[in-house]
Design a protein around this ligand. Structure first.
Ligand code: NAD
Ligand code: IPM
Ligand code: MN
Length: 352
């Protein structure tokens, strides 16, 4: 088949360090599989670009990005003590703008405890679940404001937007995916004891969609209780579907219990195929370790595997998964002295 035409947005901090390794491994896997080549165009977005140009992500860049098959993303975001960059501007005007503009309604975040990887849980058992996080709505839409700012009467609001359309497509994606799995079970995570209106909508849609999937069982957990079970009995989860904000929080927890944020991958999926989907590690720019080749690129590499799987290259994706399993099993015993690039080299070499 034809070449895969990627856009690469390394971004800030460890972002460019880990996307470089992901690309290296994806190319090695494609070569080993005999797939057509992967072309990559780098887009310098993020803190440095903003400081230089005053721009986050302009319309022309969006149109160029739209012309790619898919996007490989690192992370954006400045260090918390960097006073030159207002908090959230890069996150909102680069990352979230991409998710919203390219209609990434389904954010897929697998949580797998690989053999040999140490979980911080004493008895983790088998952990293998996937979170389907809604990606374009909820508290993330920026629907809010402030009155009497700076006074003692200040009121700040941020309201969550949930549409039947947006909820249905992620719930349906979760059930379709669950139907392909062994346990075929979906858990809705929400907070309908407090969030009456959105909670009712999510509940109704889960029940409606569930009726079309008689082979898939489903249950419900309030998000606070879900965090209990994620640490006391994570093996109970198969597929979780949840809104944007709850999904953000529980996927960092899921990453932690499966051995760390350095291994958690994600895909921001445009299920309609109307714009490029975007694949990125769950973690951020990690300013505390940036530029030192200390970051674990495994999350970015596994995100690359999700990309290849989604874009018709399951063989190359499976090769990456096998190589990562072997790599983590061989190195999980103690603190790793390997550089970011060394991990990428080792995994790429194991594919050849
Ligand atoms: P973070 O995920 O960047 O870092 C949290 C902790 O995890 C840090 O101690 C970091 O060193 C460690 N860590 C993260 N990735 C790692 C890796 N691959 N290997 C080893 N250790 C790793 O979260 P934060 O500190 O809350 O955020 C830092 C910046 O990143 C902020 O500006 C935030 O807004 C931004 N952010 C961006 C994205 C994104 O672009 N997708 C995601 C999350 C946070
Ligand atoms: C993530 C990040 C982003 C989110 C931020 C940086 C906007 O935390 O991808 O999990 O909240 O979605
Ligand atoms: Mn997050």
């Amino acid at each position: 088949h034809s070449a895969l035409n990627l856009a690469v947005i390394g971004g800030d901090g460890i972002g460019p360090e880990v996307t470089a390794e992901a690309l290296k491994v994806m190319r090695a896997a494609s070569a080993a599989e005999g797939d057509a080549e992967i072309t990559a165009t780098e887009y310098p977005l993020g803190a440095a670009h903003w400081l230089e140009t005053g721009e986050t992500l302009n319309d022309e860049t969006i149109e160029r990005l739209r012309g790619h098959d898919a996007i490989l993303f690192g992370a954006v975001g400045a260090a918390p003590d960097d006073t030159r960059i207002p908090s959230g501007i890069l996150e909102r005007d680069v990352l979230l703008k991409l998710r919203f503009t390219f209609d990434h309604g389904v954010n897929i975040r697998p949580a797998v405890l690989y053999p040999g990887v140490r979980s911080p849980l004493a008895e983790p058992g088998t952990i293998d679940f996937v979170v389907f996080r809604e990606g374009t709505e909820g508290l993330y839409v920026g629907n809010g404001g402030v009155v009497r700012q700076g006074t003692e009467q200040e009121i700040a609001t941020e309201s969550s937007v949930n549409t039947a359309y947006g909820v249905e497509r992620v719930v349906r994606a979760a059930f379709e995916f669950a139907a392909t799995r062994e346990r075929k079970h979906v858990t809705l995570v929400h907070k309908h004891n407090v969030l009456l209106f959105a909670g009712r909508l999510w509940n109704r849609i889960v029940h409606q969609v569930a009726a079309e999937f008689p082979q898939v069982t489903h249950d419900y957990l309030h998000v606070d209780a879900a965090t209990i079970f994620m640490t006391t009995d994570p093996g109970r989860f198969d597929v979780i579907v949840t809104d944007n904000m709850f999904g953000d929080i529980i996927t960092d927890l899921a990453a932690a219990v499966t051995g760390g944020i350095g291994m958690a991958a994600s895909g921001n999926i445009n299920i309609h195929g109307t714009a490029p989907s975007m694949f990125e590690p769950v973690h951020g720019s990690a300013p505390d370790i940036a530029g030192q080749q200390k970051a674990d690129p495994t999350a970015a590499i596994l995100s690359g595997a999700l990309l290849l799987e989604r874009y018709g290259r399951p063989g190359a994706a499976a090769r990456i998964h096998r190589a990562v399993w072997d790599d983590v099993a061989a190195h999980a015993a103690g603190p790793s002295a390997r550089s970011t690039a060394q991990v990428g080299d080792d995994i790429a070499a194991a594919l050849a």
